[in-house]
Design a protein around this ligand. Structure first.
Ligand SMILES: Nc1ncnc2c1ncn2[C@@H]1O[C@H](COP(=O)(O)OP(=O)(O)OP(=O)(O)O)[C@@H](O)[C@H]1O
Ligand SMILES: [Mg+2]
Length: 598
């Protein structure tokens, strides 16, 4: 499984929660919301910190008469109302911020990945990318949308609470300070372990998504070879590993929780004990002790909450890191900083000069070796040769899906690497070897060739590609959804849609890779006639195994093992008696050794 190698397993170990800093650029546009959320956060935390003060007053002034008591309770009611409002405001701003930022991250990741050249997709499984866009962003959402604000609030309460503790009783506060480091040590030690585990967990989830999507996309092939059992076993295995890692994480977290809770409450009990003795001996009032205890509980519970949240933050840090990797994915192919414009009108002069190329996943095999090929404007050139000879590779290089290792590819005299890919690809129309149909209507599928084309032109293109008849026979004609990957169409019908698309594009350069290979003889000759008409006045590169379809080309270029072994017209090549003559002899069975009469 060559594509099973992923970006996830060859990475250095994860960094700290600081990885969350990468979210900064996504938060920046929403500064105002961040500020509002922080204000609400600070306000509610402050109110929480004031409440114990009120409690002490009530306790210490219990005997002072009804008037004062009523006032205290009235004030408490107001404080509680403010707390309620503040909390609602915090929830609103913070949650909204989380949703907003994650929507932006999803968009950014998709926009980045969709532009990457084929080299990237040979390394990473698409299912894995999808998992990153969904599960990893969900983690980040929970962090920005709640964990982060809970963490901040608890930090404020912790700091404020400690301050108020000191204000209430320095002696008891000193005790608390002794206890806190004892609580923090297990949090830090176990937290480090948690972070690695949570990242591994997400990685396995991504891997299992990758495995699942690959199998589901090929469900029929899997079933035809009764491979379901193995596919299920493979998915089970990956999923179980993910569970295994999750289990270790949960165990670690459970142990951590037990230790932290015990330490916190043991500390509180100890402090209380000493405080109670102080009240007995009159060193402090009952109200002071009540106040102290409430602060101590606030401090303790915020420490506990922080330890919980810390794990969340670490999980999100891992997720941020992975998404950051996608966002920062280096593309081997880039547009130049200052691209040269392709001069219009485009003439369509294509040249490959001393081009050698190896696919990065197969560096030992030369896909093309020293290929020199010039295609003049308006010329129709056919590429023929045995399977694996390098024909599709030539077509891909002409569109700059890969860069040659040596030599250069030019269009109208300009190196493709000096232009923006979107610019010169606009001048090209491609019918690929395995045409792709999208899950939209027939109309929209053809319109991919030129998104602003009116319906009438779409129909003209469909007629030329002999697709009109079968499209109108579909339940809703041109508005029929063609199903995911065009499952509703036959192979030949898919090809005709792809040809209609290319016809509609009306580009100066036409690239046809086995464009009519799935058609029956009659449709093929009809479509071929349309393609011939289309190729008039355009530079056309045709790849075909059936030599009957390329006989009329201006020039035939024969490839073998990544090299050009011969070129010329059909007749000249047959007369030459090389590889082409051999292929021709096999295909035109009634033809003897001699070239057929012109
Ligand atoms: N994406 C890829 N990664 C690695 N190797 C590849 C890739 N695509 C093609 N190859 C290899 O490069 C060589 C040329 O392939 P290419 O697709 O250009 O052949 P072709 O002439 O179009 O064959 P066919 O007639 O079967 O379509 C082959 O050896 C093939 O195995
Ligand atoms: Mg091919």
């Amino acid at each position: 499984m060559a594509r099973g190698t992923t970006i996830i397993h060859d990475r250095p170990t994860s960094k700290r929660v600081g990885a969350l800093r990468a979210l900064g650029p996504f938060l920046r546009p929403y500064r105002l919301q961040v500020v509002l959320a922080l204000i609400a956060l600070a306000a509610t935390s402050a109110i929480s910190l004031v409440l114990p003060l009120a409690a002490r007053r009530v306790v210490d002034n219990f005997d002072d008469g009804a008037g004062l008591l009523d006032e205290y309770f009235g004030a408490a009611l107001l404080i509680v109302a403010a707390l309620a409002l503040g909390t609602a405001a915090r929830y609103y701003f913070v949650t909204r911020l989380g949703e907003r930022v994650v929507a932006d991250i999803r968009k950014a990741v998709f926009a980045r990945v969709v532009t990457l050249s084929p080299g990237f997709f040979e390394r990473v499984m698409t299912g894995e990318i999808l998992s990153r866009i969904t599960t990893d962003t969900t983690l980040i959402q929970s962090v920005i949308g709640s964990s982060l604000s809970i963490a901040l609030r608890n930090m404020i309460i912790l700091a404020g609470g400690l301050g108020m503790l000191a204000f209430t009783s320095l002696k008891l506060m000193g005790l608390v300070l002794l206890i806190i480091p004892v609580i923090l040590v297990p949090i830090i030690v176990l937290g480090r372990r948690l972070r690695g585990l949570s990242r591994a967990n997400q990685d396995w989830i991504a891997a299992s998504s990758g495995a699942a999507s690959e199998t589901l996309l090929a469900a029929q092939t899997v079933q035809a070879y009764t491979h379901e059992g193995r596919s299920i076993a493979r998915f089970d295995d990956v999923t179980e590993r993910s569970f295994g890692v999750a289990l270790t994480r949960i165990r670690t977290r459970a142990v951590m929780t037990a230790i932290v809770i015990f330490l916190i409450f043991a500390g509180v009990i100890g402090v209380l004990w000493i405080g109670a003795r102080d009240v007995q001996t009159g060193v402090m009032t009952a109200g002071q002790l009540v106040q102290f205890v409430i602060y101590a509980i606030l401090v303790a519970s915020s420490t506990g909450a922080l330890s919980e949240i810390w794990g969340e933050l670490q999980r999100a840090a891992g997720a941020t890191e992975r998404l950051g990797e996608l966002l920062a994915a280096e593309d081997a192919l880039t547009d130049p900083a200052r691209p040269l414009p392709l001069p219009r009108p485009v003439r369509g002069h294509i040249a490959l000069e001393g081009v050698s190329f190896r696919y990065p996943t197969r560096p030992d095999v030369s896909a093309l070796e020293g290929v020199g090929l010039t295609i003049r404007p308006g010329e129709t050139v056919a590429l023929v040769g045995p399977s694996g000879a390098g024909k599709t590779t030539v077509i891909q290089l002409i569109q700059r899906f890969w860069d040659p290792a040596a030599g250069r590819v030019t269009l109208d005299g300009i190196d493709l690497r000096d232009m923006a890919r979107a610019d010169f690809r606009q001048a090209m129309a491609l019918v690929p070897q395995d045409p792709v149909i999208f899950a939209t209507t027939a109309l929209e599928n053809i319109r991919l060739g030129r998104p602003d084309a009116p319906a009438s032109e779409v129909e003209t293109a469909a007629r030329a590609a002999h697709a009109h008849d079968f499209i109108t026979a579909l339940p809703q004609g041109y508005d029929t959804p063609l199903g995911e990957r065009g499952v509703m169409l036959s192979g030949g019908q898919r090809q005709r849609i792809a040809i209609a698309r290319a016809i509609l594009r009306d580009a100066p350069v036409l690239l046809l890779d086995e464009a009519t290979s799935a058609l029956d003889a009659e449709s093929e000759s009809l479509v071929q006639a349309a393609v011939n008409r289309l190729s008039e006045g355009r530079t056309t590169v045709v790849v075909a195994h059936r030599l009957a379809t390329v006989k009329k080309a201006d020039r035939i270029v024969v490839f073998d093992g990544g090299r050009i072994v011969a070129q010329g017209t059909h007749d000249a090549l047959v007369a030459e008696g090389g590889l082409y003559a051999r292929l021709a002899r096999m295909q035109f069975t009634d033809m003897p050794v001699l070239p057929e009469p012109a």
